[in-house]
Design a protein around this ligand. Sequence first.
Ligand code: NAD
Length: 295
Amino acid sequence: MKLIDGKKVANEIKEEIANEVQQIKEEGGKIPHLAAIIVGHDGASETYVGHKEKACTQVGFDSTVLRFEDDIAEDTLLRKVHELNDNPDIDGFIVQLPMPKHISEQKIIEAIDPKKDVDGFHPINIGRVVIGLPAYVSATPAGIIELIKRYNIETSGKDVVVIGRSNIVGKPISILLSQKADPGNATVTLTHSRTKNLKEVVSRADIIIAALGNAEFLTADMVKEGATVIDVGITRVKSDKTKSGWKLLGDVKFDEVAEKAEYITPVPGGVGPMTIVSLLQNTLKAAKGEIYPKF
Ligand code: NAD
């Protein structure tokens, strides 16, 4: 079994980005600038935005966080989105979800200029991914692709089974791995809560992407000998063995599956750390006009 060390890869990529930013600085170029909108005081959202701010500082990006109370009117928030769209100093921005109930997340996402949509949630970016055009790929699937690349895991002609069909993980990773690309060229089966004979389908897979949000769902009897197992799930459960009283579990029963897998990601320290790094990579691409050329 070989462990796919997402934390290590994420640190390597951060270092690569930091070097590039340093070079941009030395050449007098524009420092990439990421902004985030956060509404209300949701604990998890605060934590995620905090991590993103810290990551920006680590690589030398400029970062701005715009905070609003959860009674902000939808129209006011839409105006703020348009202001960021029109601000030439901001290369890319994200709107931290979830939004309070009175705000339509879809309306907000669609108001973001696709050229600045570094989360890759805008339908234009999703559509471009589907037809294989340059696009901002959303952070988690982009992070999975990066791990597959850096560990030289062959995907061409392989049977991939994705468990979970969310718009942010399951669907996009299925599309990416079935594209005529490298990594890609896989035969992908997208499974979900209505899939029949899931165990039978999964046990044929060369590569399993577990993204259903059900702690330790994937057990060794569902996994083929020598498979690659990518665990996206994060479930927080109570624990009397940690200082915080909590621990994180993935969708994979790690100890028993690790004995059969050739490659496996741990939780924490696997896909998770790659997510923020992908956002940094997208912001760098935005600043350099790599996806949508700047005129
Ligand atoms: P979601 O919660 O939106 O959807 C879950 C999907 O799993 C659904 O499509 C559902 O049909 C499917 N599903 C549920 N039970 C199933 C079952 N028994 N068999 C087969 N399919 C089943 O999914 P999400 O937002 O992609 O999140 C999935 C997990 O990944 C969560 O634990 C989430 O916390 C985690 N996540 C992690 C990262 C990261 O950075 N590592 C990023 C996003 C999500």
